[in-house]
Design a protein around this ligand. Structure first.
Ligand code: HEM
Length: 207
């Protein structure tokens, strides 16, 4: 086996702060929206926690964005070659849907330049470059609806901004279930998760 360095320190810090904030935001967001479900905290505590972790997630998102843009590594998130992307995505789907169950090897070999397979790449692109920005902007507008009244009106009103925030929440939560499942499909169930703590992924010498 050899070790490949895939996750720089900034990415690891961003990722786990993001995951923690995300869980608190989902739990408190549900408390705020669905007032008749059993409450874990008072409405005010839920709002205060939601605001605090919302801003923590925004700061963390800016850290992620600055890191990837200034190092030029943002291209790992962007499918630049359509043909390669389609062929790779089909190959990866076949692996997840069939090959994996008959003991085939994962067709994608992660390197620092191509650390995502095409399915990860498109999912992470949607999450980090479309859904998270929508969630962040709609969240800031909803945080102080009086101060941002003009912006909210310009975007179609409070109902539209609220729908964007809630739909993005549903899509991000759906992503999380699939994401956590897929991260257990490494060489061992915890291999990818361990790499998100240490930075290093273990791969076979010839990969
Ligand atoms: C308990 C929760 C979570 C676990 C166990 C987890 C685990 C992992 C692991 C092991 C990786 C690296 C391997 C891979 O790329 O498949 C990863 C990457 C990633 N995760 Fe998560 N994750 C969690 C929550 C989240 C959340 C809430 C989000 C976003 C809403 C997220 C977004 C991402 C992204 C964008 C990457 C790629 C990071 C990069 O290398 O630039 N994760 N996650």
């Amino acid at each position: 086996m050899k070790k490949v360095f895939l996750q720089p320190m900034t990415v690891r810090i961003w990722h786990w702060v993001n995951a923690l904030s995300f869980f608190v935001l989902v739990a408190t967001g549900v408390q705020i929206r669905y007032r008749d479900i059993p409450n874990l905290a008072t409405f005010k505590t839920s709002v205060d926690l939601h605001n605090f972790f919302g801003f923590l997630l925004i700061a963390d998102f800016l850290l992620w964005f600055a890191f990837y843009v200034f190092t030029g590594k943002i291209r790992v998130y962007v499918p630049l070659n359509p043909k390669k992307f389609i062929v790779g995505a089909l190959r990866q789907m076949r692996y997840y849907g069939y090959g994996m169950m008959i003991g085939e090897k994962d067709p994608h070999h992660a390197t620092p330049e191509e650390k995502f397979n095409p399915l990860q790449q498109s999912a992470y692109f949607m999450v980090m470059l479309i859904l998270m920005p929508l969630q962040v902007v709609s969240g800031i507008l909803l945080w102080d609806i009086r101060m941002f009244a003009g912006w909210i009106a310009m975007l179609g009103g409070l109902r539209v901004v609220d729908i964007v925030h809630v739909v993005a929440f549903f899509l991000l939560t759906a992503f999380l279930f699939v994401h956590v499942y897929l991260t257990t499909l490494g060489r061992t169930p915890l291999a990818h998760i361990k790499a998100m703590f240490t930075g290093y992924e273990e791969v076979e010498e010839n990969e």
